[in-house]
Write a protein that binds this ligand. Structure first.
Ligand code: CDP
Ligand code: MG
Length: 732
């Protein structure tokens, strides 16, 4: 793989910035704290711009670069433990140089936007400045992070720098885990956790400062938080309560847009980075990004000092496990290569293994980490000098027809590529190898699309109601979803009885709705789980909902084996439909003690089933916390389908005289998909999990239902749709 050298920063020419103020530093680096009025972004010039420096670390061929690397970087990992060293380190950070200016701006306004290079010290320093300058008054500061690894590792670092035990002055709060005390003044929290806090205390009274970090990621949680904190700030001001200061930070953000949203608040920019960062692209397109990444690992491994770690960004667990295996095989086979310590990093990994990569290595071996985008923002991983970016990530997209979110491998945005690069060059000079060409890079979207535009809005509306927002349609979204989608979401919650209208016509949550909000599911599936005890089938619906949230478990080989696989799958088929078939597959899998060989023999995907059992566990934990009785219906499986219908009643099709099916909701024609076990049957009423339209509209995940059930679970809804059967006839 050849790489073209790029001067740092690749996006720097794209945006213009008005310089207001510059501070010349003693070490010769120019650091400016600027306020800028035009241009959306700030991507600044490398402190030691390689364009001025003909001895750029890596030129077109990085083969000859080894000597330079040795010269520019320290060849051992610098483990700083004592606070004195750490203070020296803090003082060397670009943000430290602008401390005074920065604080005077922060004191002036109640809302600010701060943009600074990756590694300039935003996340670790700004909260400490506020604390040290006693700007927190009686309150404290919370800094949000989109991911839990970041929240935990940043808190650990800041506690170390502040010379306190974690959980004392500095703490963190992530789902299922908190390290805080009454004395905590600086708290790192995932955006989800702060949102949960806002559900209990919408004015977030405990905080005098809220820092929304890595705002460019635009997770749904952060987007909702924008509106919540803005509202809390306004109400606190109006009521004469203690003021709330808001600071929005990122290295790669559309500052203008954020500023307009926050009433044209000032945009501050801390320019300059501590260490040189080299950006490289492949000279030619590669067909396979995994191979491109692996071969780059080997090339770097042959050249660079062994203490220089490599962080590789891939997309998901399976791919990462395979890459780890492949690399260890290569190292074994090529005995002339030095040994490597290989670590995976993804969210499904147990937390202690995740945190292990943040421990400085005690061996003189190269450390190679294969990670998903959970290490993309915020974090500093000890020893990492090289980043290899595949340019891909699994991105969550909502499938409106099934109600489930699916993860798809997609291209990342330029901002994400820059964040990934920023994981190098934190402890010393670093390099980032993008496994794609510069031309490909330029075609990538500049920013990631806000998650709120590709997510389930019923869940969003449910969350808004939970934090006490009544007028959800007019909520102050930074990027407003389409009105009709929001109205549909409200409609869905009303029909599921998660919300109701009070006498003033205002929307409010029902008791059931409050419980539904605890599930990370489309409310219709949460409803099914809540109804489990009523139909005495909590166990069964847990399994079915988990199966529906996972990926396809049946494997369908091509060629001769296909008919064998079909025959094996038929063993599980139920005359009641696909949902009961799924139940049977899972139950038999469990009876096999989750045996891999058994899966293989039955043409079932072992990995997907294991994932499903993890999802099932997570959901059953939530059911347990909600106090739901764990009941099983045994042979009485009609109750399972009745229970499913309590969530899926809007997804019912009716058989017509011409033997075709029409959906009750829209009277659209839909066929049973050939993969369904009910393909050749003709029941008068069917419920389906989703409709996928290819050449025809096909119903997937189909089960038959009795017409009287329809009136039992949702009388108003079905009366409205005038199904043929006379409701009186089916009276209980
Ligand atoms: O938020 P930003 O990217 O601006 O930087 P930061 O996370 O505050 O980190 C600033 C610097 O502190 C990094 O570049 C590292 O040199 C150092 N750091 C570290 O060595 N270990 C950590 N766990 C965190 C930060
Ligand atoms: Mg940061």
């Amino acid at each position: 793989q050849k790489f073209d050298n790029q001067t740092c920063n690749p996006l720097k020419n794209a945006y213009s910035i008005n310089q207001l103020k510059g501070v010349q530093l003693s070490n010769g680096k120019t650091i400016n704290l600027k306020k800028f009025n035009q241009g959306d972004f700030k991507f600044n010039v490398n402190a030691n711009s390689p364009s001025k420096n003909s001895n750029s670390i890596i030129n077109n061929s990085f083969k000859n670069s080894n000597g330079k690397h040795m010269k520019n970087g320290k060849s051992s990992i610098n483990i700083r433990k004592n606070t004195k060293d750490l203070l020296k380190h803090r003082k060397a950070l670009p943000i430290y140089d602008v401390r005074k200016d920065l604080l005077s701006y922060l004191k002036k306004g109640d809302t600010n936007i701060l943009i600074g290079e990756t590694g300039s010290g935003k996340t670790t320093q700004v909260p400490q400045f506020l604390y040290e300058e006693m700007m927190l008054n009686k309150g404290s500061v919370v800094i949000t992070q989109p991911r839990r690894v970041a929240a935990i590792s940043m808190a650990t670092r800041v506690a170390e720098e502040a010379g306190t035990e974690l959980g004392e002055i500095v703490g963190y709060s992530v789902r299922f885990e908190e390290m805080i005390s009454d004395r905590t003044k600086i708290k790192f929290a995932t955006d989800g956790m702060l949102l949960r806090e806002a559900m209990l205390d919408p004015l977030l009274k405990r905080y005098s400062w809220i820092i929304l970090d890595e705002a460019h990621e635009r997770t749904v949680n952060t987007d909702i938080l924008f509106g919540i904190v803005k509202r809390a700030q306004k109400i606190r001001k109006e009521k004469g309560k203690s003021p709330l200061h808001i600071l929005v930070m990122s290295a790669t953000m559309n500052a203008q847009k954020f500023s307009s949203y926050f009433n044209d608040c000032p945009m501050l920019m801390a320019e300059g980075r501590e260490h040189k960062l080299e950006i490289l692209f492949t000279a030619e397109k590669s067909d396979d990004y995994i191979i491109a990444c692996l071969s780059t690992v080997i090339k770097i491994h042959k050249q660079a000092p062994v203490t220089h770690g490599i962080l590789v960004f891939l997309t998901g667990q399976e791919e990462i496990d395979n890459a780890c295996l492949a690399l260890s095989k290569i190292i074994k086979r090529c005995n002339y290569l030095a040994p490597i310590k290989i670590s995976p990093l993804y969210s499904a990994l147990p937390q202690h293994l995740q945190m292990e990569v943040f421990q400085p290595s005690d061996t003189e071996e190269r450390h190679v980490i294969f990670s998903t985008n959970i290490a993309e923002t915020s974090v500093t991983i000890p020893g990492i000098r090289y980043v290899i970016d595949s340019g891909k990530a699994k991105i969550r997209t909502y499938n409106p027809s099934s109600g489930f979110d699916i993860l798809k491998v997609r291209q990342i945005s330029q901002a994400q590529a820059w964040q990934r690069a920023g994981r190098a060059g934190r402890e010393g000079p670093g390099s980032c190898y993008h496994a794609y060409t510069e031309a490909q890079y330029k075609k990538m979207p500049i920013m990631p699309a806000p998650e709120i535009h590709r997510t389930n809005l019923a869940t969003v509306v449910l969350q808004l109601l939970t934090v006490g927002v009544k007028d959800v349609i007019n909520f102050d979204f930074m990027d407003r979803p389409r009105q009709e989608y929001l109205l549909n979401a409200v409609e869905q919650l009303l029909s599921l009885e998660a919300a109701e209208k009070d006498s003033n016509g205002e929307l409010r949550l029902t008791e059931e709705g409050k419980k539904m909000a605890a599930f990370p599911l489309d409310p219709k599936y949460a409803k099914i789980l809540l109804m489990g005890p009523k139909y005495k089938c909590t166990h069964e619906v847990l399994t079915i909902v988990a199966m529906l949230s996972g990926e396809q478990v049946n494997t369908v080989p091509s060629g001769k084996m296909r008919s064998v696989a079909t025959a094996r799958h038929r063993k599980f088929a139920s005359v009641e439909g696909d949902h009961m078939t799924m139940l049977k597959i899972y139950q038999t899998f469990k009876a096999s003690k989750k045996n891999k060989q058994w899966c293989h023999e039955n043409f079932l995907n072992y990995r997907n089933l294991i994932y499903i059992s993890a999802v099932r566990k997570q959901l059953s934990d939530i059911c347990y916390k909600a106090g739901l009785k764990m009941l099983s219906c045994g042979e009485n499986t009609d109750d399972v389908r009745r229970c499913l219908l309590t969530g899926l009643f809007t997804q019912v099709a009716e058989l017509q005289a011409d033997r075709k099916y029409l959906t009750l909701s829209n009277h659209d024609e839909a066929q049973i998909h050939p993969s369904s076990c009910l393909f050749s049957s003709r029941s008068p009423y069917l419920m389906y999990t989703e409709i996928i339209t290819t050449s025809n509209a096909y119903m997937h995940g189909v089960s038959w239902v009795a017409p009287e059930w329809l009136y039992q679970v949702a009388p108003d809804y079905f009366r409205k749709h005038h199904i043929k059967a006379d409701p009186a006839h089916y009276a209980k």
